[in-house]
Design a protein around this ligand. Structure first.
Ligand SMILES: [Zn+2]
Length: 182
């Protein structure tokens, strides 16, 4: 039995490069990914002026995303008022999309800040938003092979993308991600 129950510690398994993805990242992934031409490939689902929503490459639960302010900083106190407000608003919209797409019944929302916090990308802050369901003690992809993880990610992307698309005041960017206006 290769799978074991795990503690609920989604913050410790953040952005991890899939070896087979062919997506070599040169530099900070959270600066590089939103600039990619193909948002689907980059797993960028939605964007706003100062932030974007990225599907976690190694999700704890289906729909596990990170809402990331665009400025490259690991210090929450560095964020300007505009960025803070926009980031918070995108978190709201992301939770709404997760409810629509997956019927999420609850969320764990959190930041790892500083070396001591246990995060793996600590120089560009990012808020994890993990959808929860009553009794969701298991997480399939952790116990599965890479092919299954990729399929699960593609399906999650489609569902979440559609849910964002349905929200009011959204447009499509050339990359394919959903832009959330005012
Ligand atoms: Zn960065």
């Amino acid at each position: 039995m290769p799978c074991m129950d795990r503690l609920f510690a989604p913050w410790r398994i953040e952005w991890v490069t899939r070896e087979d993805s062919g997506a070599d990242i040169d530099g900070c992934p959270f600066c590089v990914l939103p600039e990619r031409e193909d948002a689907r490939e980059a797993l960028v689902v939605a964007e706003s002026e100062h932030a974007f929503t990225l599907l976690n490459n190694y999700p704890y639960n289906p729909g596990h995303v990170m809402v990331i302010p665009r400025p490259h900083t690991g210090a929450y106190t560095d964020l300007s008022g505009d960025v803070l407000a926009d980031h918070a608003r995108l978190k709201q919209r992301t939770m709404t999309a997760l409810e629509t797409a997956f019927g999420a019944e609850g969320f764990n929302v959190g930041l790892n800040l500083g070396d001591a916090s246990g995060g793996s990308v600590d120089d560009h802050l990012h808020t994890h938003v993990v959808p929860r369901w009553a009794g969701d003690t298991n997480f399939m992809p952790v116990c599965s092979d890479t092919k299954v993880i990729v399929q699960a990610l593609e399906e999650s992307y489609e569902q979440l993308h559609e849910a964002f698309d349905e929200q009011p005041g959204t447009t499509r960017l050339d990359s394919g991600s959903v832009f959330i206006g005012e």
